[in-house]
Design a protein around this ligand. Sequence first.
Ligand SMILES: Cc1cc2nc3c(=O)[nH]c(=O)nc-3n(C[C@H](O)[C@H](O)[C@H](O)COP(=O)(O)OP(=O)(O)OC[C@H]3O[C@@H](n4cnc5c(N)ncnc54)[C@H](O)[C@@H]3O)c2cc1C
Length: 420
Amino acid sequence: MTQTPHVVVLGGGIIGVTSAYHLARSGCRVTLVERQDAAGMETSFANGGLVTPSMSAPWASPGLPRMLLKYLGREGSPFLVRPSALPGLMSWGLAFLAQCTETSWRRNMETTLRLCQYSREALGDLVDEVGIRYDANDNGTLHLFRDELSMQSTKRSSEIIGKLGVRYRVLDADGCAELEPALGPQIKQISGGIHYPGDEAGDAHKFTQELARFCAANGVDFRYGESVQRIEVDNGAVCAIVTDKERLQADTCLIALGNQSAALVKPLGVRLPIYPVKGYSLTFPVGGWNGAPAVPFVDDGRKMGIVRMGDRVRVAGTAEFTGYDKTLSAKRIENLRAFFFSLFPDYPHREDGEAWTGLRPTTPEGVPYLGQTPVQGLYLNTGHGHLGWTMSCGSAKVITDIITGKDPAIDLAGMLLQDR
Ligand SMILES: Cc1cc2nc3c(=O)[nH]c(=O)nc-3n(C[C@H](O)[C@H](O)[C@H](O)COP(=O)(O)OP(=O)(O)OC[C@H]3O[C@@H](n4cnc5c(N)ncnc54)[C@H](O)[C@@H]3O)c2cc1C
């Protein structure tokens, strides 16, 4: 008779909590350890909210190295490498640059898309089953272009992902305004767009907290306010998790620690190249604003998005390489504000807006680590970069299948530790 495994999930962000849900649902006993006092308080707190298979193209792309050089130290750029970060960026940076070839870009995009599409379906199933509310927005996403050049470069990735099953529609400026009348007054700034009706959006933080509550009510044991110090291994197999408060005996442990994952597994000989790429968001109240948009927007060139979430609108994005520093840069926030007001100059609460910054746990390939490590009983679900919300539910299902000895429903090539 096979025994129900007891799995200790480390990390209570969107990845840890969705994993806990699927593990518990498949009959495992689950304990989740999280250093904060609640779920979803770090990178999953105020992200862009986009659930976008349409954004499966990885950051590491053939044109990027030249762009990074051009943007070096420039505060207004979508990608900002701070010169002070360069020494700590060396080995990850070289691995990232090695992925900037046409072949790797295409392969990584296909791998990411596989997981994103599976995840999109898994999110729908989870919501049907649990019935949680998270300010979901199912209007798809509209990728907006201000010049023909950026439209052409994004059309290339749409054609590739289109062939792999992602629905999209190319629109001229009038078509964009027809889809989203809020754009009407600024339509002269826009040369066209691509609408992806299968994308969605919603508040990842609300989702994480609601799901954590559901899990707690259904038997998952949450240990909040406990910081994991180390994982103990005996004879090549996990035997305990040591926190600042206790020693938990465990033979199965899932790493979902976002940016802290690499440091925790390094002493066990597991090397995870995950870099904390900083991003920002600014959340505004709708508060009686009649011109508020309903359709989420993405500007691929600026690496920014604008998303309506219930009675709020969030602007988020940009990528900054500056190590683990979470200082809010006034200039970077100003970039988001300027982007928002350029499209919606009539927004009435201009002085408001809640600023936030978070660190995306990013791998060179843009593909997360899923599956078993060489340490028996030690599993990974981490490194989801700029698409953690999008890939969360699918990743959780995959890792649950692996831990419980079932065959995952998708091909995992490119996601496993042994493939990289
Ligand atoms: C500005 C910005 C915009 C984004 N927009 C989008 C978007 O639109 N769509 C999308 O799909 N993704 C987006 N992302 C990415 C997404 O937010 C992340 O990929 C995702 O939140 C990562 O989830 P996680 O659970 O791995 O990490 P986290 O949410 O950081 O969770 C890890 C958890 O581990 C805990 N932890 C760490 N160390 C320890 C320890 N020693 N002991 C105990 N607990 C510990 C932390 O407290 C944390 O709660 C965005 C990110 C940023 C920064």
